[in-house]
Design a protein around this ligand. Structure first.
Ligand SMILES: [Mn+2]
Length: 434
């Protein structure tokens, strides 16, 4: 017998990968996990016939020659299947997009790459072999890519994710259905928790990061809490969110964390407590806990452990071009052109920033035929300046609020740098909101 399965608690990438395995390797039977991830439950319920799954229990007593594992290379995540596979020495082939070097499934051949989803890797094979898919199969597969890539916007996205998505749309994948499968807040108790969270979340600034915290006691376990936390994240847009859920009667504490800054590495932060995940999403479950006590303890830990946020001084351009306020507009125009600038801080005789001169100001002078007038006659006098301590969020706000493209940074009365749109965009591109 040849079988294929994914990790326990199957998600949509897992299900999408399995549907493609079935096309690529028709002589394999698919095996389902006894647990379906809440986010994949709707898709699974509606399409279970297409998979024609065996259960892990069905493997009992069978001789298994070949196994394909999708979407994981971690032994602990496929234990529920192997505990039923006895008296077999199967050849194992893995298709995955996680950290393949860390594979701990012994003797397995590992194939894949750093794609956004395992579906994308298998989809490439499907494309290379010119295999056609039914609209239903294409829809299931596309849901897998969209789920694992946040609709093709997460940092893990590669061009292959787009290529395979395009192919799946060609094969008739329904974007309308995919969208409905991606809706993660489905259950009434999730909505209830969402509403309760808005009453208890407290924003705070730790090491310059905007951090959201919440502590909520629940009567019992609620499934799909991670989706609720992500919803809050979407709406509130903090740098990171730490949501504590405590079930007093079970003395169980669940901490779900999400971040959108590389500087706040959640895996690293929660690893200490035996939890983990990855950089931007991690969780930890603790038993035998005093809920409020742990919450307080964790706050102190955060204050100590968070790396300070990037500030204006870290990204500003240091050697700032400036112009004296007694220079003529003509000189200023030439100066800007020579240095390829759209604006420049103006200094008075004492070297203090007294204004800002932009191309627009020069234009006004040109229209009035006043190019021999001094800069100070046409410069903008109410310059918005700041010190280097500003966080990136504050810089961004100043740009929007005052419609400016240059922010001179002044410390102890001296101009020490300037932050422009360009600096900000460079930083966002390279560091993704540090
Ligand atoms: Mn995956």
């Amino acid at each position: 017998m040849k079988v294929a399965f994914g990790h326990s608690n199957m998600d949509m990438d897992c299900l999408g990968s399995l549907i493609l395995v079935k096309k690529l390797f028709p002589d394999y039977r698919l095996v389902k996990s006894n647990l379906i991830h809440p986010a994949a439950r709707k898709l699974y319920t509606l399409y279970q016939d297409y998979f024609d799954f065996l259960t892990p229990q069905d493997l009992q007593g069978e001789t298994i020659e070949n196994i394909i594992i999708v979407d994981t290379c971690t032994a602990a995540r496929v234990k529920e299947y192997f505990s039923h596979i006895k008296h077999s020495d199967p050849k194992i082939q893995i298709f995955d997009h996680h950290n393949l070097e860390q594979c701990d499934i012994l003797g397995a051949a590992v194939e894949g790459g750093p794609y956004g989803a395992t579906v994308s890797y298998l989809g490439k094979l499907i494309m290379e072999r010119g295999i056609f898919l039914r609209a239903e199969e294409a829809t299931i597969a596309l849901a897998g890519i969209y789920a694992d890539t946040g609709r093709l916007i997460y940092e893990n996205v590669r061009r292959e994710d787009f290529e395979v998505s395009a192919y799946l749309v060609d094969m008739g994948a329904s974007l309308r259905l995919v969208k409905s499968f991606l809706e993660t807040i489905i259950e009434d108790d999730q909505i209830l928790v969402l509403n309760q969270l808005f009453l208890v979340i407290s924003p705070s600034v730790i090491q310059g990061h905007r951090i959201l915290l919440s502590y909520l006691e629940l009567d019992d376990q609620v499934s799909g809490l991670a989706a609720v936390v992500e919803k809050v994240m979407d709406i509130e847009n903090p740098d990171a969110y730490f949501a504590f859920f405590f079930i007093p009667k079970k003395k169980t504490l669940l901490l779900i964390a999400r971040s959108q800054k590389t500087r706040i590495d959640l895996h690293e932060l929660l690893y200490v407590y035996g939890g983990g995940g990855h950089q931007f999403a991690a969780s930890v479950k603790l038993t035998n806990q005093d809920g409020p006590g742990f919450y307080q303890h964790f706050l102190a830990y955060l204050e100590r452990s968070l790396k300070p946020a990037i500030r204006a001084r870290d990204i500003m351009t240091r050697n700032v071009h400036t112009i004296r306020d007694d220079a003529t507009l003509l000189e200023a125009a030439l100066f800007l052109e020579e240095n390829d600038l759209t604006g420049v801080p103006v200094l008075d005789a004492q070297g203090t920033v007294s204004g800002f001169l932009s191309l627009r100001d020069i234009m006004k002078g040109r229209k009035a035929s006043q190019m021999h007038s001094p800069v100070k006659a046409y410069m903008t006098r109410n310059v918005i300046i700041s010190d280097g301590q500003l966080t990136m969020r504050e810089v961004e706000r100043i740009f929007y609020k005052h419609h400016i493209a240059h922010l001179p940074i002044v410390e102890a009365g001296k101009l020490v740098g300037i932050v422009t749109h360009w600096d900000y965009l460079q930083y966002s591109r390279r560091f993704f909101s540090q």
